[in-house]
Design a protein. Structure first.
Length: 149
């Protein structure tokens, strides 16, 4: 699972360019905690790479709410693929798809063609009422709240 999540979010070697994860993580966490949006994104990717989904979602969300395009795309991908296993309930999958739609819309609003295409493909997989609800929520993406794990 870790390798799949890593490739999905494009996380391979995210910390290698600045040293080992053990050396860089405390500094990145301090910057992220102080509100550095780029550090929040990097910390989110770090946790995604290690399949620590709750922490990844929190830090990616923190950056995404501030308008970080790559964080919005990564968070949308994480939500889109989160509930794909055969053991997941339909409601969970719809909720995850709705959240994915939400963040793809935010990224598309910033001009991301990739997000626009992914959102439209995702919408075709969703029930009509789920798309309508996701569209309503997506207009308020800057008001999203990120919950600490």
């Amino acid at each position: 699972m870790a390798a799949g999540l890593t490739s999905l979010l494009g996380c391979a070697g995210v910390w290698d360019r600045r040293g080992s994860a053990d050396q860089s993580k405390p500094a990145e966490l301090a910057r992220a905690g102080a509100g550095d949006v780029d550090a929040q994104y990097e910390v989110g990717r770090y946790y995604a790479q290690r399949s620590r989904r709750d922490e990844a979602v929190y830090w990616l969300c923190s950056a995404a709410v501030s308008g970080h395009l790559d964080a919005q795309l990564s968070l949308a991908r994480l939500y889109e693929w989160q509930g794909k296993g055969p053991s997941s309930a339909d409601k969970t999958r719809l909720t995850n798809r709705g959240s994915a739609y939400f963040w793809y819309t935010a990224a598309a609003a910033q001009g991301s063609d990739e997000a626009l295409l992914a959102r439209d493909v995702l919408a075709r997989k969703m029930a009509g009422d789920a798309v309508s609800d996701a569209r309503r929520r997506a207009t308020r993406w800057r008001q999203a709240r990120c919950t600490r794990p």
